[in-house]
Design a protein around this ligand. Structure first.
Ligand code: G3P
Length: 246
């Protein structure tokens, strides 16, 4: 049985980011008060057929639309020099851009030095493709130390791909990664780091990881609309409308 983590209770509640580059979907959730930010990655743009220079145009459009809420845009390189160059460029596009950088490259080499440097230089960073508790605390430490020596914008994010963890190790393991990481952040007062629950697929995922203590849930639009649906609600509303007419 999964527990509710008391540390999940904050005065602002859990934040919702929209995991999509679809402008109409983003507008819909902004209008409903359900959008505290937006996340994208190269796959998001690829799936929508957005390529090359159009990625910058789309990012600018989203950044303006949701301002001052953060928009995460991911670098497309695993070479630290190129990551640094791209991150500096993205950060000039709009003040509310958080640059997404994977925690390691595809061979497992750490990218925490470039991440720490970007944070020291005042860039908002979203450390992504995080899969374990140990990676989470190392990312948090790199962020926290970087943030100490700069006027960097806060918070920075650690994106844990919980859907992928749950697929491999089960939902309980994914729940414990979030719960333990949140406990660790609170214990050491790392208030410049927020846990971003990513790779959400279902309404149940939202429930589990929200309860586990994630500060932010980044949710694809389909999972939000599914969360709003209940056959019993539809049936009840239909009954009310019918009775009102009669
Ligand atoms: O923000 C990106 C993350 O949500 C990716 O999810 O579905 O590719 O594991 P997924």
């Amino acid at each position: 049985m999964l527990d509710v983590c008391s540390c999940a209770q904050t005065s602002n509640g859990v934040k919702i980011f929209i995991d999509s580059a679809d402008i109409e979907e983003i507008k819909k959730y902004l209008d409903a008060g359900l959008c505290d930010g937006v996340t994208t990655n190269p796959t998001t743009f690829f799936k929508l057929g957005i390529r090359g220079e159009d990625i910058k145009k789309k990012a600018l459009e989203i950044a303006r639309l949701i301002n001052p809420r953060p928009l995460s845009v991911e670098v497309t390189s695993e070479n630290p020099k190129e990551i640094y160059r791209q991150a500096k460029e993205f950060s000039t596009w709009a003040l509310n851009i958080a640059v997404k950088v994977t925690i390691t490259d595809s061979r497992g080499n750490s990218l925490l030095s470039v991440i720490n440097r970007l944070i020291r230089e005042g860039i908002m960073v979203n450390v992504t493709a995080v899969m374990t508790f140990n990676q989470s605390i190392l990312a948090a430490k790199a962020i926290h130390e970087g943030a100490k020596s700069s006027d960097a914008k806060k918070p920075h994010f650690v994106s844990i791909f919980l859907g992928r963890i749950a697929e491999e190790y089960g939902i309980e393991t994914s729940f414990n990664v979030v719960k333990n990481f949140r406990g660790w952040l609170d214990l050491y007062k790392f208030d410049d780091v927020e846990i971003l629950a990513a790779s959400i697929r279902t309404p149940e995922n939202i429930e589990y990881w929200g309860r586990a203590g994630a500060h932010v849930m980044t949710i694809p639009p389909e999972a939000i609309s599914k969360s709003l649906l209940s056959a019993r609600t539809k049936e009840t509303v239909a009954q009310f409308i019918k009775d009102a007419k009669e």
